[in-house]
Structure formats: structure tokens, C-alpha cells
Design a protein around this ligand. Sequence first.
Ligand code: HEC
Length: 104
Amino acid sequence: MARISTITSIYCWLIIAALAGGILLLTGCQNGKIPDEDSYAAQLYLKRCGQCHQPYNPNLMTATMWAAQVELMQARMKQAGLLPLTSAERKTILDYLTSNAGKQ
Ligand code: HEC
């Protein structure tokens, strides 16, 4: 009996630890600070790309992927009737994303 309850309590702790880790990971993703958060480019990114979903951290995609993603998102903005990115905004955002992009 005593042995079983020790094992059970170890499992309990493992589950609690796993849950806590998962929550930390999740909140880390959602509220993770983006690079140079106070810069004009980062603020523009947060403002324009955080309207429909949480802004993704630039390091989640490579530069090539960002170029394609921004194209796709411009189409989403159009569909949603939002103001499309001006070419200057697009360039600022894409420069910001690519210079902080993940390596692979
Ligand atoms: C009009 C709302 C809207 C705006 C504004 C918007 N997105 Fe999205 N985004 C979406 C939707 C909807 C999805 C879900 C996937 C899809 O439908 O393409 C998405 C998904 C994503 C994804 C995840 C793609 C994947 O494969 O998991 C990334 C990254 C992304 N958006 C980046 C951006 C960036 C960068 C901007 C700014 C240029 C932006 N989004 C602005 C609506 C938007």
C-alpha cells in the first residue's frame, strides 16, 4: 500500500510538472517579447499584424517564409475589409521580420 501511494504521488507530481511546463510554454509563446519591441518597425508590426491574431515572433519563420506569409496576410486584410499595407509599411514590416527571422 505504502509503495503504491509513493508511486502514485510521484506520478501526480510528474503530471503537475508537465502541466505547469505546458502553461509556461503557452504563455511564453503568447506573450513572448518580440525583438526591439519599442522600435518603430516593431510597433508597426504589432499594430498591423496583431489585428486578427497575436503577432507571431519573427524567429518562428525564415526570411523566405515571411515574404510569402506577408503576401498571404495582405490578401487576408483585403478580404476582411481592412486597410491594406502601404508599400512603405509592407517594406518596414518585412524588413523587420526578415532581419529577426529564424535561420531555418
Ligand atoms: C485580416 C486579419 C489578419 C491580419 C491583419 C493578419 N493576419 Fe495573419 N492570419 C490570419 C488568418 C485568418 C490566419 C490563419 C491562416 C490563414 O487563413 O491563412 C493567419 C495566420 C498567420 C500566420 C500563421 C501561418 C501558419 O502557417 O501557421 C502567421 C505567421 C501570420 N498570420 C502572420 C501575419 C503577419 C506578418 C501579418 C501582418 C502583415 C498578419 N498575419 C496580419 C489573419 C490575419
